[in-house]
Design a protein around this ligand. Sequence first.
Ligand code: NAD
Length: 243
Amino acid sequence: DQEFAGLAAVVTGGASGIGLATATLLARRGARVACLDLVPEVPEPLIGVRADVADDDAVRAAVAEAATALGGLDILVNNAGIGARGTIEDNSDDEWRRLWEVNVLGMVRTTRAALPHLRASAHAAIVNTCSIAATAGLPDRALYSATKGAVLSLTRATAADLIHDGIRVTCVNPGTADTPWVARLLDAADDPAAERAALEARQPSGRLVSADEIAGAIAYLASPRSAATTGTDLAVDGGMQGL
Ligand code: NAD
């Protein structure tokens, strides 16, 4: 199914995990895709563009470079993000600022830079990678959850602002997903097998979500098929919030 034929997409954090799975799926369904990441190495036919979403000048240059290489821009997947453990007492102000810079301001910057291109598209869509952490009240994740709560609010407010420009804005809320991020988290645990079992048990489905399952949800929200959907979030969490 070539539902993205003729459309161009930028995926931030597109060199790993959910971002790479999404970029790969969009390309397989016909899109021209650039991955904006700290790591510019991505498999063909994806185009890698190096940028740190915490650096406004770098983001502007990278989005312009991607739009030129792709011949326009219709879809922006704001997916780059970093994690942090800790209760409200555990993280320094600098840690709070760093996570905010990447997880929230990073999306603001890429969206701002992409908007002139998206306004010229007849099928413009922005999909943000949020998290069940935005609303689930996860223990030991105060800072991370606060950034994702901001992503959810930003998604809704931006959807309201951009609807008259014909640009849809939505987000996905993944549960714990089997990505290099979670592999690193498990590697750092005292007992990785026990930690994995605990993460699996937290989701009613009894397993982790795959990056491909989240990519499928992002692709739906990015697709002209979901033209009547904006300002909403889609949970891909093994029933964690719904059941
Ligand atoms: P990952 O670590 O496998 O991939 C993240 C990618 O983002 C990497 O390629 C990394 O280089 C890039 N990146 C990080 N900081 C960047 C920056 N400053 N500028 C540009 N690129 C940067 O992680 P993942 O698990 O695929 O997570 C992707 C997104 O999904 C994140 O926003 C994360 O919060 C969200 N998420 C993940 C899970 C999970 O369980 N894995 C659950 C919910 C939400």
